[in-house]
Design a protein around this ligand. Structure first.
Ligand code: ADP
Ligand code: MG
Length: 326
């Protein structure tokens, strides 16, 4: 049984950043207003995610570690339509199978909290314990029982930067949530959580960038089923890599070469070769217009009308670049 769990875990949990992504999504689904992430040695040594969300009641803590047990009623087909990020009930059991895990959680509705520890998916301790409402999950010995996974990992610095990228992305997608990130004892992120995207950008990219970012809006004259919001950099601010444009569909983090290209084309003639824009592009559309026939943990996305989304993004970006007030 343990072996099967470990094999299945490989699909969802590739590396420390996949763990952090799943835990962050759970915190956000729990309605957290604050999420604190701590990692050491690129997450291989230690991962901690703590939130002030709804918590889990004592009687349901063990259930949360059972495969396909989810409190979020939804179906695979409509993940872009639903408001929760999780829907499969696979993350916690998968993570527990490949690490030593401790959870301390307290539901707002209960007097006392719950402490649970698991080693390689096997229960070690399960008891009542005090905590303010919310959930903390601590992981050690990630992949220590899965040598093939360990070998596939890059350096701790590289893994840490991937974790950082995930936390940063969610901080941009959820500016109303306060995110902190500590890497090897160093605080690297501390967003205000005041709901203002520009202020989250300020924390991440600095005041110089934040003050110059341009507000995206869907063309007002165009009645469209696709809405665009966010911030993009003016041509004088650019990066030497393509990783600084963050795309979200209905608040879900996605990766799309096509959309990256759409945005880049909007800048054509404005940026030097080898320079790329940075920013946050939120795409809002009817969930039915997104095909989810690909692996749900992979961030790639397929739109039923890709060219419409492509055009909407390109027009939104282009219009702020050319209509930039003096
Ligand atoms: P999913 O998110 O797909 O439902 P998970 O395995 O990620 O599945 O989590 C299982 C269940 O555990 C969730 O449905 C939720 O009820 C509970 N849970 C996990 N993390 C948290 C958290 N941080 N706060 C509150 N509940 C949580
Ligand atoms: Mg989840």
């Amino acid at each position: 049984k343990a072996t099967i769990a470990r094999i299945a875990a490989g699909e969802v949990i590739e590396r420390p950043s996949s763990v952090v992504k799943e835990l962050l999504e759970n915190s956000l689904d729990a309605g957290a207003k604050r999420v604190d992430v701590v990692i050491r040695e690129g997450g291989i040594g230690y991962i901690e995610v703590s939130d002030d969300g709804c918590g889990i009641v004592f009687s349901e803590v063990l259930l949360a570690f059972e495969r396909h047990a989810t409190s979020k009623l939804s179906s695979f087909e409509d993940i872009y339509a639903i408001s929760s990020l999780g829907f499969r009930g696979e993350a916690l059991p998968s993570i527990a199978a490949v690490a030593d895990l401790e959870m301390l959680t307290a539901a707002r509705t209960e007097e006392s909290g719950t402490y649970l520890s698991l080693s390689g998916g096997e229960m070690v301790k399960h008891t009542r314990m005090a905590r303010s409402p919310g959930t903390t999950i601590k992981l050690t010995r990630l992949f220590s029982r899965v040598p093939a996974r360990l070998k596939f990992l890059k350096t701790p610095q590289h893994e840490a930067s991937k974790v950082s990228e995930v936390v940063l992305s969610y901080a941009l997608a959820y500016p109303e949530v306060k995110f902190t990130l500590s890497i090897d004892g160093r605080n690297t992120l501390n967003t205000p959580g005041n709901g203002k995207l520009r202020d989250a950008v300020l924390e991440i990219y600095g005041n110089d960038v934040a003050s110059k970012m341009l507000d995206l809006e869907t063309d007002s004259y165009r009645s469209s089923a696709i809405n665009i919001s966010g911030l993009v950099s003016p041509p004088e601010i650019s990066r030497s890599n393509r990783n600084s444009l963050h795309f979200f569909v209905n608040r879900r983090l996605i990766q799309s070469r096509a959309l990256q290209k759409a945005a880049e084309q909007a800048y054509s003639g404005l940026l030097m070769v080898g320079r790329y824009p940075l920013g946050v592009i939120n795409i809002w559309l009817d969930g039915a217009l997104v095909d989810v026939n690909i692996h749900p943990t992979k961030a790639e996305v397929k739109f039923s009308d890709e060219s419409a989304v492509f055009t909407a993004v390109q027009r939104a970006v282009r219009s702020v670049l050319v209509e930039k007030p003096p």
